[in-house]
Design a binder for this molecule. Structure first.
Ligand code: NAP
Length: 249
């Protein structure tokens, strides 16, 4: 019989690292469930149990937490997964179940970075109008529509899985999963003669090399600002999140 039931809202490298760390420390004393939205078919499951698919809003998550008798909720979702984080806060507040946000630190801005910071993808597409024709787009498959309207653009799009046709008239798609080494990113910029990179301010090590490669090549980067984290208890490292769970055993 486990001492604690923990739900990790995942879909990030940190969430999977946390599952491995907690089970490595405490083994069967913790019943750990990692939850995924189900956007990626070739899931790399972390240790412990997994569940896949939405809960049905904050109410659905609330019902899940009660019926599964969850003791702790860790919101280790991506910094741009705003809806899931909001639902987690609401459901945890209503049930009184302790919730921790594992918040990935943003990338620091280097003095030589040429970032154009914007709020949202529509603003990113607008900013591109003056920034070159060959664009490397590193946003999600569901976020490409604002870029379709720009005339005379060629896009390099990198996705974990390209499931459906993209809304872009002229593009090359690469299917790949991070982490991406710096040499890989330098080579992509050279081979595809990239003029400008579009990125979300995701933070994290796995995708930082593209930012370094753009800096080296003196390329502008249209950087979509991240939303503020949900209020509540928050840590910024996997180790601190694992300690937070350990302290509740
Ligand atoms: P979102 O807009 O915040 O969430 C939309 C809905 O998807 C949620 O309301 C929830 O459905 C479901 N959902 C999201 N994350 C879930 C999870 N971990 N477990 C179960 N259901 C989940 O999220 P998103 O931006 O589409 O991101 C989806 C997933 O991909 C997240 O897990 C996130 O960590 C990961 N991810 C996102 C990005 C990004 O740039 N947004 C990048 C890398 C990875 P219900 O309301 O039905 O519960």
């Amino acid at each position: 019989m486990p001492d604690l039931k923990v739900l990790i809202l995942g879909g990030t490298a940190e969430a999977s690292q946390l599952a491995a760390s907690v089970l490595g420390r405490h083994g069967e004393r913790i019943d750990l469930v990692s939850s995924f939205a189900g956007r990626v078919e070739a899931l790399r499951p972390p240790p412990g149990r997994i569940r896949i698919g939405g809960f049905g809003g904050a109410e659905g998550l609330q019902r899940y937490l009660m019926s599964e008798r969850i003791d702790l909720v860790i919101d280790a979702t991506h910094p741009f997964a705003r809806q899931m984080s909001r639902n987690a806060r609401e459901a945890a507040d209503r049930t009184g179940i302790p919730r921790l946000v594992l918040w990935r630190l943003p990338w620091p801005r280097h003095p030589l970075d040429r970032w154009i910071e914007v709020d949202g993808l529509e603003a990113a597409a607008l900013a591109l109008a003056r920034l070159g024709r060959r664009v490397w787009l590193t946003v999600g498959a569901a976020e490409l529509a604002p870029f379709a309207a720009l005339p005379d653009r060629w896009y390099l799009v990198r996705l974990i899985e390209a499931k459906a046709p993209l809304p872009l008239a002229d593009c090359t798609v690469i299917e790949a999963r991070g982490p991406f080494p710096l040499e890989n990113e330098r080579a992509l910029i050279r081979r595809h003669r990239i003029d400008v990179l579009v990125s979300k301010a995701s933070g994290g090590d796995a995708t930082y090399a593209k930012i370094e490669a753009a800096r080296e090549a003196d390329l502008p980067v249209v950087m979509v600002r991240r939303p503020l984290p949900e209020p509540g208890e928050r840590v910024e490292s996997v180790a601190d999140a694992a300690d937070w769970i350990s302290a509740r055993l």
